[in-house]
Ligand binder design. Structure first.
Ligand SMILES: [Zn+2]
Ligand SMILES: [Zn+2]
Length: 351
């Protein structure tokens, strides 16, 4: 089969590799019908994730059709159309039993880390992928939900919802600020609406992304490059700041923006993937009763979100901006890598 193989920083090739096969009785093999590219894949290609070894097939998001099932798999069958979740889940370990799949102790890839596809085991940017712990790691796609809608449930929608909205404890009437409205910030914008906040304020220097955030459910948008950006945000609250500030960029400056605008008693929910330390002004924050949360997605809400997509309550298809075939994987990377210019959110890649 063909797959996108990582050959060290800056090097990727769409090339022939051996077909995946069942390695453990709990595996399935899935024919990839639709996949996409994540910001994390770009980080890997920059060399920011050294645990990804050359030779690895990249990608952790896919929708496909099961072509082979292991001998211990009884609830899935060949021909089933499924979402491949970005997080493995053995379903048996201490963390899985608590719904903290992000730290599944199953030894596939490495024990204690749920994100293994395109990281520690071969991923989904390929014609076929082996999925471990399949009964607990894939979700059947109901009729009426398209691949394009479903692939947004592999990673971005659960990530924005669980780590931004749920960890941020968004409540009815809250004022929510989302700092950075790339795909994951937009996923938080879209799913924050499920809890009935009074305002959702999108902050992003990119005018196109600010406009997109409004189309995804934000009530207001602020350009953080403007000198009075903070006053603009506070003016949209009762003057005391936002109830929930969601960080979806992953650099010190944007985390600091969140601690600058959160009100006493509020929450800062960090989704951003940080590569260096952040200075925390705890000398000011401690007396403000601020909660700070962060984490890797558990994907334990995938089934619920899928139900909302199926019922037309979440328009996940809105993330898809560009379409490619698997053979044009390199071109898809190029367009996604130049997102500011191409206005790409999610590139949908189909067989
Ligand atoms: Zn991802
Ligand atoms: Zn587990």
């Amino acid at each position: 089969m063909k797959a996108l193989v990582y050959h060290g920083p800056g090097e990727k090739v769409w090339e022939d590799v051996p077909d995946p096969r069942i390695e453990h009785p709990t595996d399935v093999v899935v024919q990839v019908d639709t996949t996409t590219i994540c910001g994390t894949d770009l980080h890997i290609l920059k060399g920011d994730v050294p645990s990804v070894q050359p030779g690895r097939i990249l990608g952790h998001e896919a929708v496909g059709t099961i072509t082979e099932v292991g001998s211990a798999v009884s609830t899935l069958a060949v021909g089933d159309r499924v979402i491949v979740s970005c997080i493995k889940s053995c379903g048996k370990c201490m963390f899985c039993k608590k719904g903290v799949y992000a730290h599944c102790l199953g030894d596939e890839g490495a024990s204690g880390i749920g994100w293994v596809f395109g990281h520690l085991i071969d991923g989904t940017q390929a014609e076929y992928v082996r999925v471990p712990y399949a009964e607990n790691s894939v979700y059947r796609v109901p009729d009426g939900v398209t691949d394009e809608q479903a692939v947004m449930l592999s990673d971005i929608l659960p990530t924005g919802f669980e780590i931004g909205v749920q960890y941020g404890r968004v409540k009815p009437g809250d004022v929510v600020a989302i700092v950075g409205v790339g795909p994951v910030g937009l996923a938080a914008t879209m799913t924050a609406g499920l809890y009935g906040p009074s305002r959702i304020i999108a902050l992003d220097p990119d005018a196109n992304r600010r406009n997109t955030a409004i189309a995804f459910g934000a009530s207001d948008a602020v350009d953080p490059r403007e000198a009075d950006w903070k006053e603009q945000v506070l003016a949209l609250t009762d003057g005391w700041g936002v109830d929930v500030a969601i960080e979806a960029v992953g650099v010190p400056a944007t985390f600091r923006m969140c601690t600058d605008i959160v009100r006493p008693g509020g929450t800062v929910a960090n989704i951003g993937v940080h590569g260096r330390p952040v200075e925390l002004p705890i000398q000011d924050l401690w007396i403000h009763n601020i909660s700070i949360s962060m984490g890797l997605v558990n994907t334990n809400t995938t089934e619920m979100l899928l139900k909302l997509v199926a019922q037309g309550r979440l328009a996940s298809e809105k993330f898809a901006t560009h379409r490619f075939s698997l053979d044009n994987m390199i071109e898809a990377y190029d367009v996604f890598g130049r997102a500011a210019e191409t206005k790409a959110l999610k590139v949908v890649i189909t067989r």
